[in-house]
Design a protein around this ligand. Structure first.
Ligand SMILES: Nc1nc2c(c(=O)[nH]1)N[C@H]1C(S)=C(S)[C@@H](COP(=O)(O)OP(=O)(O)OC[C@H]3O[C@@H](n4cnc5c(=O)[nH]c(N)nc54)[C@H](O)[C@@H]3O)O[C@H]1N2
Ligand SMILES: Nc1nc2c(c(=O)[nH]1)N[C@H]1C(S)=C(S)[C@@H](COP(=O)(O)OP(=O)(O)OC[C@H]3O[C@@H](n4cnc5c(=O)[nH]c(N)nc54)[C@H](O)[C@@H]3O)O[C@H]1N2
Ligand SMILES: [Mo]
Length: 767
């Protein structure tokens, strides 16, 4: 087995078995303690009807040019063309748009996860290419935790550097007593690490902590967010009420004098303003346990008990990234920082604050931080940007002003939209609104390898190959394993690597040398690896030569014996090791944010009623839809493969419904239901299970969007939750996505159940 080619993906490392030049099986990597079943899902779809084998152009666009019949996007046949034709069409369109409108009118935020592999990173290739021709409008922040990325730097002086190997599991296991996990510790999500995983560790860490006597509290609408073996206490709060719970805990600490005044005085600023707010001096409302217990549905006693336990235990507070993807998603993270400050345990190993254990395999994992080198993208002369989740707003409102993090900016007039390695028909909210927005640009170009909703809604599709069809190196700096990814099979059809796609376009535009710098793909790979090796050597980390890496296939970078706990130095001496905030301290009150004057994000953490939630008036029989990350895939990737499909019910996405809510609607297992609200609707298949809180339904993201035709026009027949989620920013501060705040109605679908067509390719005409 160990002589089979190796490959790496965001969900793990595998050995590839081929027969006669075709992929037969993917086998788990021999050093992976807990391999993910996701990988083999590619085997039956790498080739076949969903694979895009040639460049494709939407029929009206080909016949009538840019902007032709945009309402037919997603409904029209494609015409297969050769690469020369595709390159000519794309180059001419780039030239037209940059000449007539300027490079700002090329939107290439192109958000998304693409594939693992340092060189063949689709977005890097796209940006490098566009930067060679004068630049493009870009996006900032992520769908993962935009609200955190924007608010936390104001409060702690940084964010990403606190997320991954920071609050280490090793320390929790050695000395922790209590893990209070908002959004749980979802092992399903720990399957993933951006850029590749060698060894999955989250399950074993939770188990080791539980074995060591650490107690878990799972504050989540979903019981399974902490694995059963950890025997967690489940506090099934109403979704999107986390900020209120955190404030109620904070209030309880004050009235019971359990807060660490010494820590607050020495390490934080602005606690008095927050305290006044908690006590209700501003608005007459005490944010006490009764108040929080009522909002969250947990009751006052639960909040009080938890506050006391947290104050008297060695406590790790973990806030999952999902909490940022709710309305006012800035608040839970900020409130959690304030609460952890009040507990006074920040900077002590095994205690304090963690951002999302098991959101990815790397969170809490001890590993050496490598300064890995990426493909240089060059400089983008265009400074225009949008917050990533404002894509529909931008397309619908060119020239309109928007707020972001203290600034006021204007949406550009995007004429070309280009995606390579991401899928807005997966990731964006309110897909009906996006379909509308998608009619605005003149030209939509997508590089991808399969006929998903995104490629079906494009004008020009440039077929990419997959990781199994090219060589690369997995080396993202978030995992101890460096893996030489082998080319296991030849490219399917006429597909090309993204690099090769852009090289062809660069040649057409006369800038090939600028794009390639005279290097072949292999020479780029060698350059990236030897540069990384050189920089690592300067940091006292010895990596093997490329020859040695290729001989062995992989290399495990030794973890440091002891990694200093983040904030340890700050705790030791806050003057000598200040935070990168204006005050050098933890900003429980931020003068900077207060100075922005936003009514939806104040100078301190606060509770804002979400735009829709179970506690609102007239909630009626509405249910809160939690559309969390899928267990059997990463986002939409490989939804068409056997592993993901094995989780569907008669081909449709499952919707988990509590037994009382099922009974009230006469629903039983396997029933097809319509999930709807004023924004849209989708079908799904019912699973009755009390793993969800009453009033909450759960449906994973990732089912390929499959709007019906004719009588079911805007209903997604397959079960994509973004058919019903709302497209509104978290606040004027971060403008992050708010998918997790969503009310729906659910009813049995009594009509003739339409077939799922998500995995059918479009009609293709060959010239
Ligand atoms: N309702 C709801 N929506 C959500 C979320 C949620 O919790 N709820 N979560 C959000 C989050 S956190 C995220 S990160 C986003 C994820 O959203 P995305 O990252 O956009 O989702 P993916 O499905 O990973 O999209 C990657 C695309 O790249 C393609 N691809 C893979 N490899 C290659 C390659 O080598 N070259 C090219 N050209 N293409 C390739 C894949 O086929 C796929 O279409 O979704 C967000 N959306
Ligand atoms: N298998 C798999 N793993 C993944 C991914 C994937 O697609 N598949 N995606 C990866 C990516 S890009 C990211 S960003 C991370 C995301 O990691 P997370 O943000 O942690 O992912 P989610 O699954 O959306 O949310 C975790 C849990 O939060 C709970 N939750 C939802 N709403 C609320 C709420 O209002 N309050 C509380 N307290 N809990 C709530 C849900 O029950 C959910 O299971 O996952 C990564 N890991
Ligand atoms: Mo994400």
């Amino acid at each position: 087995m160990t002589d089979l080619p190796l490959t790496s993906s965001h969900w793990g490392t595998y050995r590839v078995e081929t027969v006669n030049g075709a992929v037969k099986a993917l086998h788990p990597f021999e050093h992976d303690a807990d391999p993910s079943p996701i990988g083999p899902g590619i085997v039956d779809v790498i080739d076949g009807p969903t694979r895009i084998t040639d460049p494709m152009v939407r029929k009206s666009w080909l016949e009538h040019g840019p902007g032709a019949a945009p309402e037919l996007r997603g409904r029209e046949p494609f015409v297969a063309v050769d690469w020369d034709t595709a390159n000519r069409l794309v180059a001419a369109e780039i030239d037209r748009v940059r000449t007539d409108y300027g490079n700002e009118s090329i939107y290439a935020g192109s958000y998304g996860w693409a594939s693992a592999g340092r060189f063949h990173h689709a977005q890097s290739q796209l940006r490098r290419f566009l930067n060679c021709i004068g630049g493009h409008t870009q996006s900032v922040n992520t769908y993962s935790f935009a609200a955190g990325e924007v608010v936390v730097p104001h409060v702690l002086g940084g964010f990403r550097e606190f997320v991954y190997g920071e609050a280490q599991w090793d320390d929790v296991i050695a000395s922790g007593e209590l893990v209070v996990a908002f959004g749980g510790v979802p092992i399903k999500n720990g399957q993933i690490s951006q850029g590749g995983v060698g060894n999955h560790v989250q399950r074993n860490h939770v188990q080791a902590a539980a074995d060591a006597g650490v107690q878990f509290v799972n504050i989540s609408p979903l019981r399974s967010d902490v694995m059963a073996e950890a025997d967690a206490q489940w506090l099934a709060a109403r979704p999107s009420t986390d900020a209120a719970i955190l404030l109620g805990l904070a209030h309880t600490l004050i009235v019971e004098e359990l807060h660490d005044r010494r820590f607050l005085d020495r390490y934080t600023t602005g606690f008095d303003r927050f305290e006044a707010y908690l006590l209700g001096h501003d608005d007459g409302i005490a944010k006490d346990a009764a108040w929080a217990g009522a909002i969250s549905g947990l009751g006052a006693d639960t909040i009080t008990d938890l506050a006391r336990r947290m104050a008297t235990s060695r406590t790790m507070l973990s806030v999952s990234w999902s909490m940022t993807r709710q309305d006012h998603g800035e608040q839970p993270f900020w409130a959690a920082i304030a609460l952890a400050s009040m507990l006074g345990q920040i900077g002590v190993p095994g205690q304090g604050l963690a951002f999302g254990y098991s959101a990815m395999n790397s969170v809490g994992n001890r590993y050496a931080r490598l300064p890995v080198i990426a493909l240089p993208q060059g400089a983008n002369p265009v400074k225009t940007f949008i917050p990533v989740a404002r894509i529909s707003d931008m397309l619908l409102n060119p020239g309109k002003a928007f707020d972001y993090n203290g600034g006021r900016y204007t949406y550009p007039d995007a004429r070309i939209v280009w995606w390579a390695g991401g899928n807005p028909f997966h990731h964006h909210q309110d897909l009906n609104r996006m379909v509308e927005a998608w009619r605005r640009p003149d030209t939509i170009i997508v590089n991808d390898w399969c006929w998903n909703a995104q490629t079906k809604h494009a004008d020009i599709v440039l077929p990419a190959n997959t990781t199994l069809e090219r060589e690369d190196i997995a080396m993202a700096g978030l995992d101890p394993f460096i893996v030489k990814m082998d080319k296991a099979i030849d490219s399917i059809g006429n597909s090309r690597s993204d690099h090769e796609i852009f090289r062809g376009l660069a040649a057409e535009l006369g800038i090939e040398d600028a794009f390639t710098e005279g290097r072949t793909e292999r020479e780029w790979l060698e350059w990236i690896y030897t540069e990384t090796r050189r920089v690592c050597a300067g940091n006292d980390v010895e990596l093997p030569t490329l020859e040695e890496l290729e001989r062995d296939g992989w290399f495990e970078v030794k973890a440091p014996q002891k990694q200093p706990t983040r904030f340890e130095a700050f705790r030791h001496d806050p003057e000598a090791a200040p935070l990168q905030t204006p005050s050098g301290r933890i900003e429980i009150f931020s003068e900077t944010i207060a100075s922005f004057g936003y009514d939806d994000c104040l100078g301190h953490p606060a509770w804002f009623e979400p735009y829709e939630w179970l506690g609102q008036d007239n909630v009626g029989d509405a249910l809160h839809l939690v559309s969390n990350q899928p267990t059997r895939k990463l986002h939409s990737q490989l939804d068409h493969g056997s592993v993901s499909r094995s989780g569907k019910i008669a081909g449709r996405e499952p919707l988990t419904v509590h037994s009382t809510d099922a009974a009230a609607r006469s629903l039983s297992d396997g029933d097809v239901v319509r999930i709807f609200n004023e924004r849209g609707s989708c079908l799904a298949a019912v699973v009755v299970d009390d793993v969800v809180r009453p009033g909450v339904v759960q449906m994973s993201t990732g089912a390929w969007f499959d709007p019906g035709r004719d009588e079911l026009d805007d209903t997604c027949k397959h079960g994509n939750p973004n058919a019903v989620t709302r497209d509104k920013g978290t606040s004027r501060l971060a403008q992050g996505p708010t998918a997790h705040t969503c009310l729906v109605r659910v009813e049995r679908f009594d009509g003739v159940v339409p077939p799922v067509t998500a995995f059918e390719p479009p009609v293709i005409e060959r010239q």
